[in-house]
Design a protein around this ligand. Structure first.
Ligand SMILES: *Cc1c(COP(=O)(O)O)cnc(C)c1O
Length: 342
């Protein structure tokens, strides 16, 4: 079976550019971005910064690169960053802060919805004493497992950072899912943040790339770090034009993914015996489904035979994106239901 004939719930990173997005590729304005010659990339950066009201933005190869560059722009070797113990920046980025940046993570417990207890957080900040690392940066994640952080929590986190002399970074890989769901003003939602990273290559449907946004000074440092880490790329307009298309056309449509996700979750709960889904947790484009099977590999293989891809586990995470339609959801619910009643 060809890769693109599968119904793919593994992630929203599997989206492919639509025809119109591909048609934005043109040689007009293309240049060597390391020399600063690529006008299309400049335009993408201006657009990204403008959406959030930041001074400047920088195109980076991936979300992981963007988070690492931000971390290293904010922290010196021997500093530490406060990060959720279940956050992407702690668990899923190869330990890059410590490995490459010499910045130590201080994991803190996230509540179920990606929020943090501020009194507890305060207790993790180290005193200014030679025994301790210098606690420099607080990192949040939005959406967290598909859950959007409420504005009230975000505002409180910004005040907390300010009053405790911390910088604050948002790992906003799926920030637009959160913003569409919460119906917030994009310039107000992240006011007070020192930096934010978001991905073009997830629900927004672009093939490659992420953006980091911050002050002019932050981006100046970030540009040097991007080069040092091997992430300075040349004719980036080839992909930047698709990023511009994604920002112009694919933000509002995320609501369709969210509606379809809820539809799928409700149908799974109604039609399948042997699974559990906390519907209160289904807010944007992810479903976490626990099940009563011991062998999730076998479950995943059986679905694959029917043309459906999932990452095995328990719970199983199902991610909805623009490559998934209502018909494909119905077909999948039927396949899952048959597997569980066999
Ligand atoms: C996907 C993701 C990243 C990393 O993005 P890549 O482009 O895969 O490197 C970072 N943080 C979160 C929350 C993510 O979901």
């Amino acid at each position: 079976m060809k890769a693109d004939s599968y119904i793919d719930f593994r992630s929203d990173t599997v989206t492919k550019p639509c025809k119109k997005m591909l048609e934005t590729i043109s040689l007009e304005g293309i240049g060597d971005d390391v020399f600063g010659d690529d006008e299309i990339t400049r335009n993408l950066e201006k657009k990204a910064a403008n959406i959030f009201g930041f001074e400047k933005a920088l195109f980076v190869p991936s979300g992981t690169a963007g988070n690492l560059i931000s971390l290293m722009a904010h922290c010196q070797r021997g500093d530490e960053y406060l990060v959720g113990e279940s956050a992407h920046m702690y668990r899923f980025e190869g330990g890059n802060g410590a490995m490459i940046g010499g910045v130590q993570p201080q994991p803190v417990p996230f509540n179920k919805f990606g929020t943090i207890d501020f009194e507890l957080l305060k207790s993790y900040i180290k005193p200014d004493d030679p025994h301790f690392s210098n606690t420099k940066l607080l990192c949040l994640e939005n959406t967290f497992n598909g859950y959007p952080l409420p504005s009230s929590f975000i505002n409180e986190a910004v005040s907390f950072a300010k009053s405790n002399d911390l910088l604050i970074h948002m790992d906003g890989a799926r920030i637009f899912n959160a913003m569409v769901k919460e119906k917030v003003d994009s310039k107000e939602y992240l006011e007070g943040f020192n930096s934010i990273m978001f991905c073009l290559s997830k629900g927004l449907g672009a093939p490659i790339g992420s953006m980091i946004c911050g002050t002019n000074e932050f981006v100046f440092k970030a540009r040097r770090l991007r080069k040092a880490l091997g992430g300075g790329m040349r004719q980036t307009g080839i992909v930047a034009s698709q990023g511009i298309y994604a920002l112009d056309h694919n933000i509002e449509r995320l609501k369709e993914d969210h509606d379809l996700t809820r539809y799928m979750a409700e149908n799974l709960v109604a039609k399948v015996n042997g699974i559990k889904i906390d519907l209160d947790y289904v807010k944007t484009n992810m479903i976490f489904m626990t099940h009563n099977k011991n062998d999730s590999e076998e479950f995943s293989n059986k679905l694959k035979e029917r043309g459906i891809l999932i990452v095995p586990g328990n719970p199983i995470r199902l991610v909805i994106h623009k490559g998934i339609s209502k018909n494909l959801v119905d077909e999948t619910v039927k396949a899952i239901s048959e597997y569980f009643s066999a």
